[in-house]
Write a protein that binds this ligand. Structure first.
Ligand code: B12
Length: 208
C-alpha cells in the first residue's frame, strides 16, 4: 500500500495501475486500496503543494494517476449495485470548481447502496442544479466543493433551489474538504457529510 501511495504521489500512472492489480490479486479490497493508499496519496500531494514543493503540473500528473487507479476500482466499488432504486440523487461539483475525485467516490458508494445517482459533473452553476431537480425529481441533492472560494457557490445553489420553490422537495447535502457542519447549517443545507458513507447513512435514514 505504501508503495502504491508513493507511485500516485509521483504521478506514475503505469506502475500505479500495475500495483493496484497486484494488490487486488493478493486479496486486498477496493475499499482498502482507496482508503489506505489512494486517498492518503492525494492528501500528501496537497501537503507538498501547500509547502511549494509541488506545482500545478505535479498536482495534475498525480491526480491523473489517481483517476486511472479509480477507473479500476470504480466497478468493484459499485459491484453488487442494487437493481431496485432507493431513490434519485442529483450530484455535482459547484461552479468554478473542477475537483471531482471525491464526488466520484460519493457516486460509487451511493450507487452501490442502491441509489440512482445523476452526476452533473464539475463547474455546475446553480441554475443547472435547479434544472436537474425539475427534470429528475430527486429526493436529495449533493454539492461538492474543494476550494474555499467556491464554497460560497453552495450558498447560491441553496438560494436558487429556494427561489425555484423546490426547497421542500429535496434534502441538500454538502461535502468536500473545506466544508464544515457549521457552514452547512449557516447556509441552510440539511446535512454535511465528511465522507460518502456518512452521506449514505443519512440518505438511508431519510427514506426510513
Ligand atoms: C487533486 C487536486 C487537484 C486536481 C483535481 C483533479 C480532479 N479531477 O479532481 C487539479 C490539479 C485539477 C487541481 C486544481 C486546483 N487545485 Co487542487 N487539489 C487537489 C488535491 C491534491 C486532492 C483533492 C482530492 O481529490 N482529494 C481526494 C478526495 C477523495 O477527497 P475529497 O475531494 O476531499 O472528497 C472526500 C470528502 O471531502 C467527501 N466529499 C467530497 N465531495 C462530497 C460531496 C458530498 C455531497 C459529500 C456528502 C461528501 C463529499 O468524500 C470524499 C471521500 O471521502 C487537494 C489537496 C487535498 N488534500 O484535498 C488540492 C486542493 C483542493 N487544491 C487546491 C488548489 C488551490 C487548486 C487550484 C486553485 C490550484 C491553482 N492555483 O490552479 C486549482 C483549482 C482548479 C479549479 N478551478 O477547481 C487547494 C485548495 C485550497 C483551498 N482551501 O481553497 C488544495 C487543498 C491543495 C492545497 N493544500 O493547497 N487540484
Amino acid at each position: 500500500m505504501e508503495k502504491l501511495k508513493e507511485l500516485v504521489v509521483e504521478g506514475n500512472n503505469k506502475d500505479t495501475v500495475e500495483r493496484i492489480n497486484t494488490l487486488l490479486e493478493e486479496g486486498n479490497s477496493a475499499e482498502d486500496i482507496l482508503n489506505k493508499a489512494l486517498i492518503p496519496a492525494m492528501d500528501k500531494v496537497g501537503e507538498l503543494f501547500q509547502k511549494d514543493e509541488y506545482y500545478i503540473p505535479d498536482l495534475l500528473v498525480a491526480s491523473r494517476a489517481m483517476e486511472e487507479g479509480m477507473e479500476i476500482l470504480k466497478p468493484l466499488l459499485e459491484k453488487g449495485e442494487n437493481t431496485k432504486s432507493l431513490g434519485k440523487f442529483v450530484l455535482g461539483t459547484v461552479k468554478g470548481d473542477l475537483h471531482d475525485i471525491g464526488k466520484t467516490l460519493v457516486e460509487s458508494v451511493l450507487k452501490c447502496a442502491g441509489f440512482e445517482v445523476i452526476d452533473l459533473g464539475t463547474d455546475i452553476p446553480p441554475e443547472k442544479f435547479v434544472e436537474a431537480i425539475k427534470e429528475h425529481n430527486p429526493f436529495a441533492v449533493g454539492l461538492s466543493a474543494l476550494l474555499t472560494i467556491t464554497m460560497v457557490e453552495m450558498e447560491n445553489v441553496v438560494k436558487a433551489i429556494k427561489e425555484a420553490g423546490l426547497r421542500d422537495k429535496v434534502r441538500i447535502l454538502l461535502g468536500g474538504a473545506p466544508v464544515t457542519k457549521e457552514f452547512a447549517e449557516e447556509i441552510g443545507a440539511d446535512f454535511y457529510g465528511e465522507d460518502p458513507h456518512s452521506a449514505k447513512n443519512y440518505l438511508l435514514s431519510v427514506i426510513g
